[in-house]
Design a protein around this ligand. Structure first.
Ligand code: ADP
Ligand code: ASP
Ligand code: MG
Length: 433
């Protein structure tokens, strides 16, 4: 008997028919002798629907008080899907009980809309499992010290699942989604992307942080910190496929490098479409300038991604950085109101909201020279201008015009030998997260 956490994403929970299928699959695992905790997402489109309703009513400036209510609202999506799944399991003759984040409780800090899990009490979960029930715990949500409902950021149910698996010392955490594993890139953009049987934790962490939303980055961080065995697999296989076959399917995140395996230099390509570039032009090139510009941005709790400072000319330079497009209005306000007045005459702001970041990731890059130059050459052959570059040991990222993102991903996928033979079909979805 093993203790297993299953997580089902929004598309997998998208209709009552699919919820019934999830229930049948979970019941199959229980019949095979396992204890199962299930972490469902809201039904697909539901979180977007709720937040769009709020957007119609929201004040122009989002206050902490409003963010609190947005979390109280968004958390209802998971509450509904969890209760529906419990009902579907009961209809299968399988005893089940659903808990919200605050009933467990899943304790978080107080940063609404991107709260961090601080601790999870596994006692109630263990008690219910021991009584023979499937325990369903809402994804995406928790409760802070003052009793306010919080949510973990978009895609946060992955993190709930892995954190719960760590807290209850589960044998494995299975992330069921609408594709059958982690691919060399998003199979919705490159239909002949290839599924990876395994991917190293380090590479998965990079891919997730660079935009491959198949796993939320914090879920990968939790898996690394607590060594949770983690697998990504499909919820769209027939529910009654052989359990042993299902348990081996998909992509396993591995923590040890398999020496024998011939590693591809580049394992995967990630991209984000929702970035914005801010350039502060005509800045005096003096010590402390980066702090003068980025200090107030950090104080406003805005994350900065790629940064570049140009060569100085006659004591002046240009300083550019990227932020998430969702933070664009706020960052422009900070620069206009707080930064430009400190920089004196001649400094000005220029911005571009139509940019994307494309990144190649691979452990093999550590020991292979010339990988970045192959990337630059490939993009130049396609006539794609690189606006910014950022590198680390196992990744190279470029910032480019948004309209070239798919062309860039496809041509890099081919250039690094990642194209497979077959084209995969991915289920349609009614949300765009
Ligand atoms: P869920 O609702 O199950 O959490 P998500 O939409 O969050 O699902 O994540 C699954 C989606 O991630 C896939 O449908 C796919 O389009 C996208 N994706 C992006 N990069 C990759 C990748 N490298 N491998 C697999 N899927 C990816
Ligand atoms: N329902 C949340 C979202 O749409 C969390 C999740 O699906 O993981 O972002
Ligand atoms: Mg997700």
């Amino acid at each position: 008997m093993a203790l297993i956490v299953h997580k089902y994403g929004g598309t997998s929970m998208g209709t009552t028919e699919r919820i019934r299928n999830v229930a049948k699959r979970v019941a199959k695992w229980v019949r095979a002798g396992h204890q199962v905790v299930v972490v469902p997402s809201a039904m697909s489109g539901e979180t977007n629907r709720l937040l769009a309703l709020a957007a119609e009513l929201e004040p122009a400036e989002r206050s902490t008080a409003t963010r609190r209510e947005l979390d109280a609202l968004a958390a209802t999506g998971e509450q509904a899907s969890s209760a529906l799944l419990a009902i579907a399991l009961q209809a299968e003759g399988q005893p089940a009980i659903s808990f919200t984040g605050w009933q467990v409780p899943v304790r978080t800090d107080s940063s609404y809309m991107k709260a961090r899990i601080e601790s999870i009490d596994g006692q109630r979960i263990h008690q219910e499992l021991a009584a023979g029930r499937v325990v369903i715990v809402t994804g995406f949500q928790g409760i802070d010290e003052q009793g306010h409902i919080t949510t973990l950021g978009r895609g946060g149910s992955d993190t709930s699942a892995v954190a719960i698996a760590a807290a209850i010392q589960a044998d494995e955490c299975l992330i069921y989604t609408d594709v059958d594993g982690v691919y060399t890139t998003d199979p919705r953009v490159v239909p002949n992307a290839q599924r990876l049987k395994t991917i190293s934790f380090e590479e998965m962490l990079e891919l997730a942080s660079l935009g491959s939303k198949v796993l939320q980055i914090r879920s990968v961080e939790f898996a690394g910190k607590y060594r949770v065995p983690l697998r990504v697999l499909s919820s769209f296989t027939p529910w009654d496929i052989d359990l042993a076959e299902e348990a081996r399917s998909g992509t396993l995140i591995t923590f040890e490098e398999d020496e024998k395996m011939e590693k591809a230099v580049v394992s995967g390509i990630a991209f984000t479409r929702d970035e914005a570039k801010i350039s502060v032009l005509g800045v005096p090139d003096t010590p402390g300038i980066a702090y003068t510009i980025l200090g107030p941005v950090a104080d406003a709790n805005i994350d900065v991604d790629v940064i570049i400072q140009n060569l100085s000319k006659e004591g002046k330079t240009d300083f550019s950085f990227t932020v998430s497009r969702a933070d664009y209005d706020r960052v422009v306000k900070v620069i206009n109101e707080t930064v430009l007045p400190k920089l004196g005459e001649g400094a000005s702001l220029s911005s571009n909201t139509q940019i994307s970041k494309v990144s190649i990731v691979g452990i093999g890059m550590k020991s292979h020279a010339g990988v970045a130059s192959t990337m630059f050459h490939t993009l130049s052959k396609e006539g794609i201008n690189i606006q910014m570059i950022s590198t680390s040991e196992i990744k190279t990222s470029v910032v480019i015009d948004e309209k070239y993102v798919e062309l860039a991903v496809r041509s890099l996928h081919t250039a690094f030998g990642l194209d497979g033979q077959s084209h995969i079909e991915v289920p349609k979805r009614n949300d765009e997260k």
